[in-house]
Write a protein that binds this ligand. Structure first.
Ligand SMILES: Nc1ncnc2c1ncn2[C@@H]1O[C@H](COP(=O)(O)OP(=O)(O)OP(=O)(O)O)[C@@H](O)[C@H]1O
Length: 639
């Protein structure tokens, strides 16, 4: 049984569905220790035969037997194994991977062996030394000569210690001195007990081997032994191989990114803009919401809300918050206190030293107003009035001096027969409040009404809650109360706008996030385009890797890992940029509004990282699939 046997190989190419026969029945037997030169006219099918022997092509008739085992029946995985374990390729155009150093080019093959990392490095360095390149191992392929490149290719072909070296015109691109040196190297390989099959045009090169096979018209027309094959001692034990680990694909894609540093930095920068804007928009939305809440809760008491009747009617009776209504609200859990209040929107005025000022917002003092907002004086007691800074300034230039002075307060209301009634009383200014409304105590207003025999009908209730946390649930519970199936109460006052304001802010926030999502989409499209370009640029590399025995799935992983890194680095840069902008804007914002308006959270950072990586991986799906699908022979043929 021969070591390697070709049995009646037929192969046709199909051009426009027309068969074009190239190999027309090739049968050959090869043994270890042979250095076989395959000669023949150009276009005679030598490379086609090499691709079949090398396990790159499986569309042929006949069979290739390795130690008697048929390779024709091998599945994808077994063919990958065969190329990795048994075959070492040397190409006319060297086919080194341009973004890897010479050492790393040789290491690609070694990373698919069971040797430890140190043993791999030692072996790669040893092989490069053997081919006379020990001083150049950290150079890139574009930094060495053609002859040197072919030596690296030979070192790479030998790296996984294969049994067969297939060389397709290995000296085609070299001068005579380099040709001689390469032939001597190949001689040495055959001498070490391996089978060397070398395609050549040159008779001189062919004469160097142990045997010449001549092809013509798709058949063997001469098979001549020049000298006996080199002796092979015992059974050869070649290094065991395995598929490329995920770690190795990660490392390779990092090296590729590193080689194209400038371009990749630009891509990462482009990608980071999407993540940057998403995080910044989220943080801005968060900050604005917090700022609004802070502004509103600084003006009102967060544990007291104003509740009014929900009705379409306007009569004082219809809007009255009756005792029964107040009792009903009092029963809501979380409520600690309910007091009646009266709000008057027009017809109220005050007069001081001949000056009259209309008050547009007037109400009885209640807990929704904050005592700490009273900058001068105190809250209104009996026959006292608390005026706003705005009202005070209209009445007197030296408005602060008004505290303790007496004003004439007047208002009009209607009695139960809807007849207008004028109310009037001299009231002492108890204090001046910065914001909020002008106010008297409920008792004072009630006295004024009683004096004129009119009933004061409260039109709201100030409802106090246990604490800030319960306010929201109390609000919801009150809003849920029904009278005859209809909503009974509504929340009024500044507290009521808090809810709707938050809704508007959330809405604006989603719009902003939507805009940011568009930039994210643009980043994703950019990554897709970049990866497609990368696949087409690296087609040859993919062919080389496949020839070295790298599986389709590893090729896919290579591009997926690159996308993963682009996503990860873009996200990291995006987060850093967002953080810097946060610092900058907050620096100015704290000067202007005393509030950090951009509020980035750990959650947003994690969200940004995840979304960036996920989008990049999704973007990589199609390009990486395309890369994995590439046919190794076609890829190697790309110029
Ligand atoms: N993918 C293909 N589709 C169609 N025809 C092809 C294809 N590849 C090769 N051929 C044809 O098959 C024939 C054999 O090609 P091959 O490359 O094997 O020849 P070769 O002996 O290696 O030639 P050379 O010495 O010039 O390298 C040629 O005529 C070539 O045009």
């Amino acid at each position: 049984m021969s070591f390697l046997e070709l049995k009646d190989i037929h192969k046709s190419y199909y051009v426009n569905k027309e068969p074009f026969p190239v190999l027309k029945g090739i049968s050959l037997k090869f043994e270890r220790g042979e250095f076989v030169s395959i000669l023949g006219e150009s276009g005679g099918g030598k490379s086609t035969l090499m691709n079949i022997i090398g396990g790159l092509d499986r569309n042929y008739e006949g069979d290739v037997l390795l130690d008697g085992k048929s390779m024709h029946a091998a599945n994808d995985r077994e063919l990958d194994n065969y190329r990795r374990q048994t075959i070492g390729f040397v190409f006319q155009s060297f086919n080194l991977i341009s973004h890897l150093t010479l050492l790393d080019n040789v290491m690609v093959s070694l990373e698919m062996t069971n040797l430890s990392h140190n043993e791999q490095v030692k072996r790669a360095t040893g092989l490069l030394e053997q081919v006379g390149l020990s001083e150049h191992i950290h150079k890139y392929p574009n930094q060495i000569s053609g002859g040197q490149k072919q030596r690296v290719a030979i070192a790479r072909a030998l790296a996984s210690d294969p049994d067969v070296i297939i060389a397709d015109e290995p000296t085609g691109a070299l001068d005579s001195q380099n040709t001689q040196e390469i032939l001597e190297l190949m001689d040495g390989i055959a001498e070490s007990g391996k089978l060397v099959i070398c395609v050549t045009h040159s008779e001189a090169v062919a004469e160097h081997g142990t045997r010449i096979v001549h092809m013509e018209d798709g058949k063997i027309n001469e098979d001549r032994e020049l000298k006996p094959a080199f002796p092979v001692e015992g059974k050869q034990l070649s290094t065991q191989t395995k598929h490329l680990s995920f770690r190795s694909t990660l490392k390779m894609s990092l090296k590729h990114m590193q080689y194209n540093t400038k371009r990749n930095l630009l891509i990462i920068f482009g990608g980071s803009i999407g993540i940057f804007s998403v995080i910044l928009m989220l943080a801005l939305g968060n900050g604005v919401k917090a700022y609004m809440n802070d502004q509103i809760t600084s003006q009102i008491n967060p544990t007291t809300i104003q509740v009014a009747k929900k009705t379409n009617q306007e009569s004082l009776k219809a809007v009255e918050m009756t005792k029964a209504d107040r009792a009903r609200i009092d029963k809501v859990s979380g409520v600690t206190n309910v007091v009646p209040g009266s709000y008057v929107a027009n017809g109220v005025q005050v007069a001081y030293q001949g000056k009259t000022q209309k008050i547009f917002q007037f109400q009885t003092w209640n807990k929704t107003e904050k005592v700490r907002d009273i900058k001068l004086g105190h809250k209104p007691g009996t026959n006292e009035i608390l005026i706003t800074k705005t009202t005070a300034k209209k009445l007197s230039k030296d408005y602060k001096s008004l505290v303790g002075k007496t004003l004439n307060f007047s208002m009009t209301t209607v009695d139960d027969n809807n007849q207008p009634v004028g109310l009037q009383r001299n009231l002492k200014v108890s204090g001046i409040i910065n914001s909020g409304t002008d106010a008297v105590s409920y008792g004072t207003l009630q006295n004024m009404y009683t004096e004129k025999h009119v009933t004061l009908r409260p039109n709201f209730a100030a409802v106090s809650t246990k604490d800030v946390q319960t306010t929201k649930s109390v609000q919801n519970k009150i809003k849920a109360l029904k009278t005859n199936g209809k909503t009974a109460f509504t929340i009024t006052g500044v507290g009521a706008i808090l809810d709707s304001l938050n809704t508007y802010i959330s809405l604006a926030f989603y719009v902003l996030a939507g805009i940011a999502a568009i930039s994210l989409l643009v980043s994703a499209i950019m990554i897709i385009v970049v990866l497609y370009i990368s696949v087409s640029e690296r087609t040859k590399e993919i062919g080389v890797l496949r020839a070295l025995g790298v599986r389709r799935s590893d090729i896919r992983n290579l591009f997926v890992s690159e996308a993963f890194f682009i996503g990860l680095f873009s996200a990291i840069l995006g987060v850093i940029l967002a953080w810097l902008v946060e610092l900058l804007i907050n620096h100015f914002a704290s000067g202007a509004i005393h509030f950090a308006i951009i509020q980035m959270t750990g959650g947003y950072v994690i969200f940004g990282l995840l979304i960036s990586v996920i989008i990049s991986l999704l973007a990589a799906l199609a390009p990486s699939h395309q890369a994995a699908k590439l046919d190794p022979i076609e890829s190697l043929a790309v110029e």
